[in-house]
Design a binder for this molecule. Structure first.
Ligand code: CA
Length: 227
């Protein structure tokens, strides 16, 4: 029985390995990264339930990683501070961390906090609510979309169209399919409304971020492809 997927971002190899083994033993799936940038990538792309994040990290420090995670996601974060540094704790919590542990800590204490946070969040928090396609992240429960960690303001219909495109990424979707699945009715004939909404999405994402997320397949429809 899967309890959730935990990302450990810790550059001390022995501690990272120890956490990995302990968390596995508790029944979690575990991902481990050893620097801030790789940790941030994994936090945003790997559909994790919780992040255990060291503060002193190479490439990108834990504070910055936490700040960037919070721009795009509300996955729980537990920060690991190297010393009993009140400043770090306050900053970490200001940046949106859910909790912190001061090294050295008892593993039972960390496990207890992880259990408490995941329970508060309703078990495997990330499950089924966050969808990713390259630089695009959408939160299907909060109706929020982010591109390169920047929020994208969408109307409900625009969001639903985007969500359907992401759920069916790398598949060419006809206008009729989009109309039926997103607008919820058979509307034989006038598919202009789909083109209009695709145009809205393009102005809010493709043009704003100078990208080519939604491609037209001539004579057929549209496709959203992972870069
Ligand atoms: Ca460290």
């Amino acid at each position: 029985m899967q309890k959730g997927r935990i990302l450990v971002v810790e550059d001390e190899i022995k501690l990272a390995r120890f956490l990995e083994l302990e968390l596995r033993h508790e029944g979690y799936e575990v991902l481990v990264t050893h620097d801030g940038r790789e940790g941030l990538r994994a936090a945003l792309e790997e559909n994790v339930s919780l992040v255990v994040l060291d503060i002193m990290l190479p490439v990108l420090n834990g504070m910055e990683v936490c700040r960037r995670i919070r721009h795009a996601s509300d996955i729980p974060v537990i920060m690991l501070t190297a010393k009993d540094d009140t400043m770090d704790k306050v900053m970490g919590l200001d940046l949106g961390a859910d909790d912190y542990m001061t090294k050295p800590f008892a593993i039972e204490e960390l496990l207890a906090r992880i259990r408490a946070i995941l329970k508060r969040r309703g078990g495997t928090a990330a499950k089924g609510r966050q969808l990713n396609a390259g630089d695009l992240v959408i939160d299907t429960e909060r109706y929020q979309a982010f591109f390169r960690k920047q929020p994208v303001e969408l109307t409900k219909r625009e969001f639903e169209l985007l969500k359907y495109l992401v759920e069916n990424r790398n598949i060419v979707l006809t206008r009729d399919t989009l109309l039926r699945e997103v607008w919820g009715y058979d509307y034989a004939g006038d598919t202009n409304v789909v083109d209009v909404y695709i145009r809205y999405l393009r102005s809010k994402i493709d043009q704003r971020f100078d990208t080519n997320l939604i491609r037209t397949v001539r004579g057929v429809g549209y496709i959203l492809e992972n870069e």
